[in-house]
Design a protein around this ligand. Structure first.
Ligand SMILES: NC(=O)N[C@@H](CC(=O)O)C(=O)O
Ligand SMILES: [Zn+2]
Ligand SMILES: [Zn+2]
Length: 430
């Protein structure tokens, strides 16, 4: 079926202009057939009201919780939440039960994702069997089954010698290694950054727990030639180390989560586990260093680290509740509002950091709307302000500290592989 989308304003990522243009897509090939004015007839026409058309967003770090933790999220609910957030492709972390550490489990994730029919899902497989940090998985076999990266996300690989062999094997297989950098001997069972930890009388996670492991992995990536992808960067030291690694020519990419750009530990004034996340919300100085690193490109891309948990789990005190925040349905509006509308970043640059760059780093097609490219796009209403209401999320997870924040830039139509996967048009609220 050929679908034509009229009435939108297309963002050109080269000259950064917005121009009225139609897009003709085909769900048989999943490709864009044509872009421009006076396009040919289609089987179905969607008429937009001047919304801005962007390439589908791509999030390389989400937790879909299936198999094993379906009360938190399923592949179907997470992929639908992604579509509502304007994401057409997501890569999911393997810290499920059982963990995704063999080819059959990779294929299981792909099958469930296909059946869900929402955002496309790319499985990330474990670095070590069972994420136990003892024995390596088979990188080549995992890649052949469809894994796009390796990660033991949720914890760091504590054994440096094992990590060195993991990077060598991943380099040979052609897979990036996405690291959750956390030295457990430094983190020592902490739960919050120093300021909030002191106020609430809880143990801290020192920033060195993250930065020390990033330093180790940079040196190992340089030595093995592997592509090191650093997850959820949260400290000033980490940003400096990644900047240094890039100057040395190390193959490294890094992501930062919206919550680490927009919140610091001074937001935590009570024992409320909605603020509990790993790595923790850091100092205001760390937050500003992450913002500077994001703006100057040291931190290449946004990834949400969408980490759904049940209300019951998050009602526990900080000491006992699980780490994690959801974010995939609100990432674009939050960043559009606080960076683009605030005049700190151009729209085209935000789109590169949420679509083009993640696609390049993980070897995915997409990140640009062009004939012959994947028919993945999102229409957003830049001017319409709405308040974040977790109860309206498609995700099963409601655990976000951004509830009640007024933001604009909401996605209203998401198309993936030429098929509508989210449509919430209707009258603009303003
Ligand atoms: N980020 C989190 O706080 N939690 C993640 C694990 C992780 O990303 O390390 C989770 O799986 O819940
Ligand atoms: Zn992590
Ligand atoms: Zn994660």
């Amino acid at each position: 079926m050929r679908l034509r989308i009229d009435g939108g304003r297309l963002l050109d990522l080269v000259d950064e202009n917005l121009a009225e243009a139609s897009v003709l897509v085909d769900d048989a090939s999943g490709e864009v057939l044509a872009v421009g004015r006076d396009l040919p007839e289609a089987d179905r026409v969607i008429r937009l009201a001047g919304e801005v058309l962007l390439p589908g967003l791509i999030d390389v770090h989400v937790h879909l919780r299936e198999p094993g933790f379906e009360a938190k999220e399923t592949i179907a609910s997470g992929a639908a939440a992604a579509a509502a957030g304007g994401f057409t492709q997501i890569a999911c972390m393997p810290n499920t039960k059982p963990p995704i550490d063999d080819p059959e489990r990779v294929r299981y994730v792909l099958r469930q994702a296909k059946a869900a029919g929402a955002a496309r899902v790319w499985p990330i497989a474990c670095i070590t069997k069972g994420q136990a940090g003892k024995e390596l998985t088979d990188a080549a076999a995992l890649k052949a089954a469809g894994a796009v990266a390796l990660s033991d996300d949720g914890k760091g690989v504590q054994d440096g010698g094992l990590m060195r062999r993991a990077l060598a094997q991943a380099a040979a297989a052609g897979l990036p290694v996405a690291v959750h950098a956390e030295d457990e001997t430094i983190a020592g069972g902490g739960v919050l950054h120093a300021g909030a930890a002191r106020r609430l009388g809880l143990p801290e996670i020192p920033p060195e727990a993250e930065a020390a492991m990033i330093a180790r992995d940079i040196l190992l990536a340089e030595q093995t030639g592997a592509h090191l992808h650093v997850c959820h960067v949260s400290t000033a030291q980490s940003v400096d180390l990644i900047r240094w690694a890039k100057q040395r020519g190390v193959r490294i990419t890094a992501e930062v989560a919206p919550h680490h750009l927009l919140l610091a530990d001074d937001a935590i004034t009570a024992d409320d586990a909605v603020y509990k996340v790993n790595p923790p919300l850091r100092s205001e100085r760390d937050r500003q260093a992450c913002v500077a690193g994001f703006l100057d490109g040291t931190l290449d891309m946004i990834a949400t680290d969408h980490a759904p948990h049940t209300a019951e789990e998050k009602q526990k005190p900080i000491a006992e509740a699980p780490f994690g925040m959801v974010g995939i349905e609100i990432a674009f509006p939050l960043l559009y509002t606080h960076f683009v509308a605030a005049g700190r970043l151009r729209l085209a640059e935000l789109v590169r950091r949420m679509s083009t760059r993640p696609a390049q780093a993980f070897g995915l097609a997409g990140g640009v709307i062009r004939p012959g490219g994947p028919a993945d796009l999102v229409a957003v209403r830049l001017g319409e302000e709405r308040v974040i209401r977790p109860e309206a999320f498609r995700s099963k997870g409601r655990n976000t500290p951004f509830a009640g924040w007024p933001v604009c830039g909401w996605p209203v139509l998401t198309v993936a592989q030429g098929r509508v996967i989210f449509d919430e048009r209707g009258e603009p609220h303003v």
